[in-house]
Design a protein around this ligand. Structure first.
Ligand code: SF4
Length: 204
């Protein structure tokens, strides 16, 4: 393991957050599936990283109930899935940025994803690609506004300045996707939080 990844893993563990470095996406996928027992309920936050790992089918095949609002077919169902996902046994997501000293920085327009990470399902697994690594807090906040928000805004067809220009102007758009910004500084009291740090690019 490269020194900088070892440092991040150690920094997370010092904060009470379980962490492991996994070189490849495929290995991360398998580890994620191994962590979740047959029959468990699994909520998923909005996450390109989890989508890229394609775990839904395999979880369903072993009897897990998977609740993901991205699979909702109307606004009411989407909202219901968001809420029900917060009561599952497990919650899967990524993080928008992770600092070298183990802070997890996230933005959210609705709030369900950042809520699920800290107080909802008792076990939370975040799968984080190396592209999310930032030197420090300032770099992490910069990353979420420059690198995470513009492509996500375009994907969701949101009317935000960053979707058009690729730059953040601290907008007041109703579509603002960073209405809530969280920094996880340590293991939340009632949540077993684990980070699978993947040695490849994952999500954005
Ligand atoms: S404040 Fe507005 S422009 Fe800036 S990243 Fe958030 S949504 Fe985009």
């Amino acid at each position: 393991m490269e020194e900088k990844y070892r440092q991040v893993v150690e920094a997370l563990e010092k904060r009470g957050i379980k962490a492991v470095f996994i070189p490849t996406k495929e290995e991360a996928r398998q580890m994620l599936l191994d962590r979740i027992p047959a029959g468990a309920s699994v909520g998923i936050g909005g996450s390109m990283s989890i989508q890229e790992l394609e775990v839904e089918e395999e979880l369903a095949a072993k009897g897990c109930e998977v609740l993901w609002h991205w699979r909702g077919s109307c606004p009411e169902q989407v909202n219901s899935l968001r809420r029900r996902a917060l009561t599952c046994d497990f919650y899967l997501a990524s993080s928008n940025a992770i600092t070298q000293d183990g802070r997890l920085v996230n933005i959210d327009g609705t709030g369900n994803r950042v809520m699920g990470m800290v107080y909802g399902p008792p076990r939370v697994i975040l799968v984080v690609g190396i592209n999310k690594l930032s030197t420090d807090l300032e770099g992490a906040l910069d990353r979420v506004r420059r690198e995470a928000s513009p492509p996500n805004a375009r994907r969701l067809k949101l009317k935000t300045p960053c979707a058009i220009t690729g730059e953040c102007n601290d907008c007041t758009s109703p579509d603002r996707m960073c209405k809530v910004v969280t920094i996880i500084e340590g293991k939340p009291g009632e949540t077993e939080l684990e980070v699978l740090l993947v040695g490849e690019k994952l999500g954005y």
